[in-house]
Design a protein around this ligand. Structure first.
Ligand SMILES: [Zn+2]
Length: 214
């Protein structure tokens, strides 16, 4: 009878610290490049990806699973994770933030497109109407290409486009992980290395950290 686990426990040990978290803005007020709280659905997605790796790590290192009695393992029990089991949270003090950057030129806010009279200068009026301003044509073309449609600019009005990059903060070097792939080796180290010596961690951040003299 294998031991069936219904969730993927967070590693016992964490080296995470909160002191290098970024300044967090309310989403609506974040300046370009400013950090906001990561959307919960995105956090869930990252945790799911990490769960998959962590299950493998635990299956290879069953004695490191929090809450598993060593006697059971000694008796030869194998470990199985329930299909929908997942990691509920990051190792202590690791946390996701995302930084929003306007995409492209911010063309979505081109004034006067589709709205009567930009109201800025009467001289611009006729030009806009005739669509002869070479500059605005260039902008329109770019936007239209994105929509795959040829004629009128159907820019989503008032909605600027953002690209939000997510990062995992908490590493004691103050650096951040840019993806779950970058974080996975560190996760394995958190689980498996009893010495808690960053020199033994192959992740990118620890490698830079120890090379810089720590
Ligand atoms: Zn590491």
């Amino acid at each position: 009878m294998p031991l069936v686990l219904s969730d993927v426990p967070t590693p016992r040990y964490s080296d995470g610290v909160t002191q290098y978290y970024p300044t967090v803005y309310k989403a609506a007020r974040a300046p370009a490049g400013g950090y906001v709280e990561c959307h919960p659905s995105r956090v869930r997605k990252y945790l799911d990806r990490l769960s998959a790796s962590l299950k493998d790590i635990y299956i290879r290192n069953p004695t490191k699973i929090p809450g598993i009695q060593p006697e059971l393992l000694r008796a030869g029990e194998s470990i199985v994770f329930r299909g929908n089991s997942g990691l509920l949270e990051f190792p202590k003090n690791y946390k996701m933030f995302e930084s929003k950057k306007p995409e492209g030129l911010g063309g979505g806010e081109t004034p006067g497109v589709g709205t009567p009279g930009g109201g800025e200068s009467p001289m611009l009026g006729p030009k806009e109407g005739a669509g002869e301003d070479p500059e605005s044509d260039a902008v329109l073309t770019k936007l239209e290409q994105g929509d795959g449609d040829g004629k009128q600019a159907k820019t989503p009005k008032g909605e600027s486009r953002f690209r939000a990059d997510a990062f995992i903060f908490g590493h004691p070097s103050g650096s951040k992980y840019r993806s779950t792939n970058e974080f996975t080796p560190h996760l394995e180290w958190l689980v498996t290395d009893d010495t808690h010596d960053h020199k033994n961690c192959p992740c990118k951040l620890c490698t830079n950290f120890t090379r810089s003299g720590r």
